[in-house]
Design a protein around this ligand. Structure first.
Ligand SMILES: Nc1ncnc2c1ncn2[C@@H]1O[C@H](COP(=O)(O)OP(=O)(O)OP(=O)(O)O)[C@@H](O)[C@H]1O
Length: 242
């Protein structure tokens, strides 16, 4: 994978974005700018709206009210954006074949497939398991393969929804190392987690959500050292936010 120049997909701007479904307001009047740089980590309790925000930024969901722009434009097709969900589904074929499928779907010329597959497997540390059936891989290995698959289209922005939620510490470290490597290649990482340790380890910037609203945003260091709102203070202190 090559170092990429900052992309025209960025910044992603949310302007007065509200999402309502089934009579419930899931996100309420969100104003947010996702800019190039270190990972942006969305934190907040279960149901606070993190996944919904990621789906909006990916373009999988339209706001009920407000506007989202990518590099200043509305309705930009997600050709240079990728998302990895909490429990990624693998095709019933080998790890390498899952990547080949993704490369084909992204329109990468056939002649480049073997080189890109080798490169992607190397990046996520799965080169020795290229021929293993993807569904036989462990949870952590599947998550790494899902990351490689998302990177197949050479995205400018990578959205991750709780990528280590069900992994043990060793598998978590492997995934976090990949996230750092991705970020160092100038791919903007935007991820949701409710693991504060993970947020501390990876975030350049924090966006804290509570009940569908942004309660605080800021540089990770200042957020963790001196949260500005009672909700953030309580969340960092390990109190239950309801
Ligand atoms: N299509 C929908 N219709 C009605 N309610 C929905 C819909 N999608 C999400 N919700 C609700 O919106 C709230 C926010 O959900 P979301 O998944 O974005 O939160 P989250 O912060 O990612 O939570 P978690 O950490 O549990 O994954 C939840 O209460 C959820 O039940």
């Amino acid at each position: 994978m090559t170092m990429r120049a900052p992309s025209s997909e960025l910044p992603i701007k949310f302007d007065g974005v509200t999402v309502a479904a089934g009579g419930v307001t899931i996100l309420d009047d969100i104003a947010l700018t996702l800019a190039p740089g270190l990972p942006t980590v969305l934190i907040g309790p279960n149901g606070s709206g993190k996944s919904t925000l990621l789906r909006l930024a990916m373009g999988l969901l339209a706001p009920s009210r407000g506007r989202i722009t990518w590099g200043g434009l509305e309705h930009v097709p997600p050709l240079k954006r990728a998302i990895v969900f909490q429990r990624p589904a693998m095709l019933r074929r080998s790890a390498a074949a899952n990547l080949r499928f993704a490369l084909r779907a992204a329109g990468i010329p056939h002649a480049e497939h073997a080189r890109r597959i080798a490169e992607l497997l190397e990046l996520v540390g799965l080169h020795a398991l290229a021929d293993r059936a993807a569904r036989r891989l462990s949870g952590g290995e599947q998550q790494r393969l899902a990351l490689a698959r998302a990177l197949a289209r050479d995205p400018a922005v990578l959205f991750l929804d709780e990528p280590t939620a069900s992994l043990d510490p060793i598998a978590t470290k492997a995934v976090e190392d990949i996230i750092r490597a991705v970020s160092e290649r100038n791919i903007k990482v935007v991820m949701a987690t409710h693991d504060l340790g993970e947020a501390r380890r990876l975030a350049g910037e924090i966006v804290m959500l509570h009940r569908g609203r942004i309660v605080e945003t800021g540089a990770a260091a200042s957020f963790f050292d001196a949260p500005q709102t009672p909700e953030a203070g309580a969340f960092l202190a390990g109190e239950l936010l309801i």
